[in-house]
Design a binder for this molecule. Structure first.
Ligand code: HEC
Ligand code: HEC
Length: 270
């Protein structure tokens, strides 16, 4: 009994020592302060900040990386796009209206079929139709100044002179939209928009042309298949489509409830 008590007292002493030691010596991890709400004060915006905004749009809400990445290989890389732009204008296949590199980049984003990079057109159209959506409408819906910010970013990335003008003012709605990017979606259509499925698929009124049409998929596939199609896209490859193009990391990004909304929605599409 005495030994038992000794052990208890010793253990307590150890616990108390470490509790104190840990509390006093090891820096406590403090929760980071919530990020300040992004405000768009166009009056004091510098070109550096504008380029930074373009960088964020390119990697975020613009969904450019869904296609412009080295893995899928179904869209050209854009590291040199700012430089390449000038050369496109001299191409005999160029049918657009742009006169400068900046105008070419803008046209590529809002009217992608004006010039289709060789080998990247919609299958069967002999490179006359681009599978890229107009990023200023639909689910992506970039505002004019956001398109300009991306152009500034692409020009800087390619090492050419940034020619876009800073915006004079921005609609305040843009700042509000950005305030809660991670809020859970409420309907299947919202989920589709939030994760850019319509950039590649025909689904929920969108006309993506790089992946299978999902508007009648429920007639052929059950919910397990559809769930796997989102969470583990390389488990089954739809015949006639390239493997590795659909982003493989949706499983780590889409909330569980959102996945089920998508699965139910697709299962009902017949
Ligand atoms: C659904 C896939 C997809 C998405 C999303 C997408 N693109 Fe594209 N993009 C393409 C494809 C495919 C091409 C090549 C065909 C063509 O020339 O239109 C292309 C071409 C381009 C070009 C012309 C490149 C050149 O060498 O002439 C630019 C510039 C461009 N995209 C910018 C963007 C930006 C910026 C975004 C995001 C705001 C974006 N794209 C989103 C698929 C996509
Ligand atoms: C960058 C383009 C791209 C995006 C974005 C994308 N997909 Fe796909 N998806 C594909 C391609 C290509 C295939 C066919 C190859 C394969 O099966 O992996 C495919 C296959 C599928 C399939 C299987 C279809 C079949 O007939 O077997 C489902 C289901 C699907 N995607 C759902 C989605 C959903 C839901 C989203 C959004 C959360 C999404 N995809 C986003 C390109 C994309």
């Amino acid at each position: 009994m005495k030994t038992f008590l000794k052990v208890v007292i010793f253990s307590l002493a150890v616990i108390i020592f470490y509790a104190f030691y840990a509390g006093s010596m090891i820096p406590q991890v403090k929760p980071a302060p919530p990020p300040a709400e992004a405000k768009l004060d166009m009056g004091s915006l510098t070109m550096e900040q504008f380029i930074q905004m373009g960088d964020e749009i390119f990697h975020g809400k613009g969904t450019c990386e869904l296609c412009h990445n080295p893995v899928g290989g179904r869209a050209p890389l854009l590291d040199q796009a700012g430089k390449v732009a000038e050369e496109r204008l001299k191409d005999s296949r160029y049918k657009g209206k742009a006169k400068t590199g900046e105008e070419y980049l803008r046209e590529s984003m809002v009217e992608p079929s004006a010039f289709v990079v060789v080998g990247f057109g919609v299958t069967g159209t002999n490179d006359t139709q681009s599978p890229m959506p107009n990023v200023s409408t639909g689910a992506i819906g970039l505002k004019g100044f956001e398109v300009d910010a991306v152009i500034a970013y692409l020009q800087q990335k390619a090492g050419v002179t940034v020619t876009v003008q800073l915006p004079k003012e921005a609609p305040s709605a843009a700042a509000k939209e950005e305030a809660h990017p991670a809020a859970p979606a409420k309907t299947a259509e919202e989920v589709v928009n939030k994760y850019g499925c319509g950039a590649c698929h025909k689904i929920a009124g969108q006309q993506g042309a790089l992946g299978p049409d999902l508007t009648k998929i429920g007639a052929k596939k059950n919910k397990d298949y559809l769930r796997r199609g989102i969470l583990n896209p390389n488990a089954d490859i739809a015949p006639g489509f390239p493997a590795g193009m659909m982003p493989p990391d949706y499983g780590t990004k889409i909330l569980a409830g959102e996945v089920e909304m998508l699965v139910d929605y697709m299962a009902k599409s017949k």
